[in-house]
Write a protein of this length. Structure first.
Length: 255
């Protein structure tokens, strides 16, 4: 990868590329997978957690920012911690100054501006982390992706991280049904997409998976450990086959 044009962030290559941004995007691709999707009422995040060894705990992949806002990360966890603290500060400022939750677009734009500064000033480096941001405000549920380049886009469904293309393929086949599905169906679609990113000898468990849910009536909540088992049990039931085609419903208590 190394060449004479990647020594710093402010050097362009003759092809019009900034190599350090591309290296940061590669760091996102090396991170464990995260999936986000939304319906007309809910926005959901699902993430695959990694463990560095048998003696280590699993790395947290979902972060609560505010009652109406949460993120999933792929890439350098330390950079994600910096950005999540920035987002929490901005959300707190909105409540203190304007007495209202921060609109989702505004916080995502602020993160994009913060990331873009590091792509333009000499002596800095891009953040090596990608974020999936879900939230609910007065305009409804939202799902955004931010990248180290400073770009951000809103999606119906999106996947980032290692082997995320397999999850994107699943989401592209089913996203047209997402606006009208129930919360349980939406989560199951997310689990099926996340399962596509696994290696062949791996399965989703309560240890390596976590779910985040937010809606108008539900504050952002992270579901993991034993509370996750009910959803995982439904993946292998016959009803799941109907879920992937947008048919059937598997009722479930998410309290």
């Amino acid at each position: 990868f190394r060449n004479q044009y990647d020594n710093d962030i402010s050097t362009w290559s003759p092809q019009g590329r900034i190599h350090q941004i591309e290296y940061a995007l590669e760091a996102v691709k090396q991170g464990s997978a995260a999936v986000g999707l939304r319906s007309s009422t809910h926005a959901v995040l699902l993430a695959l957690k990694r463990s560095t060894g048998e003696l280590a705990s699993y790395q947290k992949k979902l972060i609560r920012i505010d009652d109406h806002l949460g993120i999933a990360i792929a890439g350098l966890t330390s950079d994600a911690r910096v950005l999540s603290n920035f987002m929490r500060t901005e959300a707190m400022k909105s409540k203190m100054l304007y007495n209202r939750p921060l609109p989702v677009y505004r916080i995502v734009a602020a993160v994009g501006d913060k990331a873009q500064v590091n792509t333009q000033n000499y002596g800095r480096r891009p953040y090596g982390v990608g974020l999936l941001v879900v939230g609910h405000d007065e305009t409804g549920p939202h799902l955004y992706e931010t990248s180290p380049s400073g770009n951000f886009l809103e999606y119906y469904a999106m996947s980032i991280g290692a082997r995320s293309q397999s999850a994107k393929t699943y989401l592209e086949k089913n996203f047209e049904s997402f606006p009208n599905v129930s919360l349980d169906e939406l989560v199951l679609h997310g689990l099926n997409a996340l399962r596509e990113t696994l290696q062949q000898d791996k399965e989703l468990t309560t240890l390596n998976c976590s779910i985040g849910i937010v809606s108008a009536d539900q504050k952002f909540e992270i579901i993991e450990d034993d509370r996750l088992q009910g959803y995982l049990d439904l993946i292998n039931t016959p009803a799941t086959e109907d879920q992937t085609t947008g048919q059937g419903e598997a009722p479930m208590d998410t309290e």
